[in-house]
Write a protein that binds this ligand. Structure first.
Ligand code: SAH
Length: 258
């Protein structure tokens, strides 16, 4: 073990009000912060006043640092004796490659801990007034990555579960996912919502049904990052109050997602 250490911190889905107290404390003590595009980073210099801030995510015209390089940086800074915060969007263990980073640190003999975060899988639907479970409507929710197309077994399983389906990274595979679910038996009228850039001033929610969503999404020009929610719970969303989109009373602190 070296004197430095790494803490993986979940930053929540965009707004710094969704940082945990533990996350804020870790940032305040950090010597080095490696952060992603989807992690809240607008006020990072204030939250981590002693830290060197390293952007390892995608920014326009700038390529992201490859995963193995990120792991090397974490280890290198910890070996040099630093308290390193790896700040990630949402929760570090939900499609965040947090597991790989923990293993890399352990293999290198670096002490590593994890502070969980508010995941977009649950919080972004909530930002659009959608409860992923609703008594007598849905007693389960399944979170799936849409980064790669879903295979037939996955589509059949999802369509047969009667679960709320939450898809992250699903914008580019929206056609494959929605057509596949209908082919495996989900009714064409099944409600679907697409919530873009949750907890930012650019948040936008699109409500539709499986058979109309491709047309509606194309018309609206839906882009990433967005969460897809499929299932009857979507019909229970609170859509009457235009301000209900923001479940936090923090509109003033909302920032554009870069
Ligand atoms: N670890 C993260 C997820 C990383 S995968 C978490 O727990 O939230 C990245 C995907 O998360 C995006 O493609 C998008 O589907 C979703 N996402 C993250 N932040 C979001 C936001 N503010 N608004 C909408 N979707 C978001």
């Amino acid at each position: 073990m070296t004197s430095g250490r790494v803490v993986l911190v979940g930053g929540g889905p965009g707004d710094e009000d969704l940082l945990t107290v533990g996350a804020v404390k870790a940032l305040a003590q950090a010597d080095v912060v490696l952060f992603d595009r989807l992690a809240p980073h607008r006020r990072l210099a204030e939250l981590a006043p002693h830290a060197r801030l390293i952007d390892v995510g995608k920014t326009p015209g700038h390529h992201p640092i490859p995963q193995d390089e990120i792991e090397k940086l974490l280890i290198q800074h910890a070996h040099a004796g630093s308290f390193v915060v790896r700040l990630k969007g949402g929760d570090p263990f939900v499609f965040g490659r947090g597991g790989e980073e923990v293993l890399a640190c352990r293999r290198a003999g670096v002490e590593v801990t994890v502070i969980p975060g508010v995941s977009s899988a649950v919080a972004v639907p909530a930002a659009a007034g959608i409860a992923v479970t609703h008594r007598e409507v849905s007693r389960m929710f399944t979170v799936v990555s849409g980064h790669a197309p879903l295979n037939e077994t996955e589509l059949a399983g999802l369509a047969g579960l009667a679960s709320t389906i939450v898809v992250l990274m699903g914008v580019s595979n929206l056609p494959q996912i929605t057509q596949g679910l209908m082919r495996h038996g989900l009714p064409a009228s099944t409600p679907i919502a697409v919530i873009e850039r949750g907890y930012t001033i650019e948040q936008r929610s699109l409500f539709s049904s499986l058979d109309r969503i491709l047309y509606d999404a194309a018309t609206a020009g839906v882009t990433s990052p967005a969460v897809l929610v499929i299932g009857e719970v979507v019909a229970f969303a609170n859509r009457e109050d235009p301000n209900s989109a923001f479940v936090l009373d923090a509109a003033a602190s909302l920032a554009p997602l870069e």
